[in-house]
Design a protein around this ligand. Sequence first.
Ligand code: ADP
Ligand code: 5GP
Length: 212
Amino acid sequence: MTGLHTTLARRGLMFILSSPSGAGKTTISRMLLEADSEIKLSVSCTTRPMRPGEENGVHYHFVSDADFDRMVEEDDFYEWAHVFGHRYGTPKARVRAALKEGQDFLFDIDWQGTQQLYQKDQQDVVRVFLLPPSIDELRRRLEGRAQDSQDVINARMERARAEISHWDAYDYVVINDNVQACFGKVQQILAAERMKRQRQTGLIPFVRELMG
Ligand code: ADP
Ligand code: 5GP
């Protein structure tokens, strides 16, 4: 061992990935979670029906309207919002305590949720926005995903312009043209953010020891 300590204590961060629907945030999120064991997904609650291939508790906690009402009343959410006629919310439990222990969380949420999370916890939040390389490509991806009806796809396309207009409320903007290149950039952002001085809570004792 050459250093005084092998690892330094660090505070976890809240890594937010947003994009207009279809631009690739689920794809990039999955790649990140697979490649990086230090970051966990914050699983949101939603009142929307499950899609084919989704699993309760993994992609979302699928809850009834009544359950969602109760959670709102009990202040169980960091934030919640109406999206496409359903409600989505980020449960608070676990996240706060785990950040202190150095656990990073990934948030796959929209711009409204991002704004609310940022207002509650500016220090821990890192905001990344993905853009499609073109509107035509965005439509191709939504159609290729084959999860939604044509009406839903049209509604998502309609909404994409509104979502894109929030690009300047993010710390980083990455264009998802080539998926590997986009993923590499997202990993670089995460790596640099982890090294920020204010997150490295172990630095004070380390430097004290270093200076004898
Ligand atoms: P979102 O979560 O933002 O709604 P997805 O990650 O589900 O978007 O991506 C929408 C579709 O586009 C999926 O079928 C996915 O495989 C595809 N896709 C994602 N990124 C790329 C890319 N860089 N190039 C081509 N297709 C992509
Ligand atoms: P989908 O139904 O395609 O999974 O998601 C629809 C939209 O809801 C996406 O833009 C997604 O980012 C957003 N969303 C998912 N979870 C949350 C959440 O907890 N809070 C907010 N505000 N938006 C969410």
